[in-house]
Write a protein that binds this ligand. Sequence first.
Ligand code: PMP
Length: 363
Amino acid sequence: MENTVYNFSAGPAMLPVDVMQQAQAEFCNFNNLGVSVMELSHRSQDFISVATQAEQDLRDLMHIPDNYKVLFLQGGGRGQFAALALNLMGKNAKADYIVTGQWSKSAIAEAEKVGQVRALDGFVKAENEQGPRALATEWDLDPNAAFVHYCINETVDGIEYPFIPETGDVPLVADMSSTILSRPVDVTKFGLIYAGAQKNIGPSGLAVVIVRDDLLDQAFPNTPAIMDYAALAKADSMLNTPPTYAWYLAGLVFKWLKRQGGLTVMGERNKAKADLLYNYVDASDFYSNSVHPEARSWMNIPFQLKDDSLNEAFLAQAKAAGLVALKGHRLVGGMRASVYNAMPIEGVQALVDFMDKFAKQQG
Ligand code: PMP
């Protein structure tokens, strides 16, 4: 099956075609068991093999050391906004949150329910009021905070860190929802990494948490068991019935990533895809992107048309050309192309070709 449509959705997002085809081929009869993987008990050896293989493949891809637990959980990214605060602020209810956009802001709302949170501006002061703001590399951090939280890739704003913040002895906690697995990352620099699955991992309904062992003893005593990382780790993420089908699909995506050559290869491809679109936008006087060049996301690329009144026509014609889900987030407007791992460079080229045709058509 060839791709007839390129799907630029921010999430749930496009999955690799190979993965969908494999899932389809074994949908009713998994491993010749005569049943679907989604009909297997999570306690069965057949499913436990799927689950442990997925974890091992993720560990291999990200080079996750043995002193980190990998959890496959429910509740998406927002579930972890709450869970991480409950798990890490029980002994010291103070945390610093670096704010760079919509998602880092949203994360604060959950932490504020259980402790004292300081919101730190993630940008340096702009040289002029209109110009794009560069990411700060230093913050007024509290050395006694339980952790520092940041969002590596702001899905709505199209802002991505090209570096890992230095936080000294204070554990660094990262929302990696929309950039996990898109390029290599040094896991040892983090106390905790979490990600909703529906962008680069698999279908929604699953969240992955990678947490350093020494942070597993800081939960509030009244943390619900279903959010308690230590209890979940002890139960191999099977304290209750996990989202088994989503876990299985994530495992297929991890195998696909390994077949592509791993995260170094994905990083090169993602950079090439992003460069293609940003270079076109920068050279055009019809489209624009207002993010500081060093903070531009490789995964979510917002762009504006010269005239907002053309947005509807742009979207309709793009859809007719097989380029879907390009509408920008309601808070930002304009367009947004999400180009996660599953998006081939041909899709980005098709988008650039369409954009060029559309701009010329407007004269
Ligand atoms: N963090 C980021 C960076 C996101 O992009 C999203 C969802 N788009 C979330 C958190 C929230 O994820 P969920 O909808 O799975 O709760």
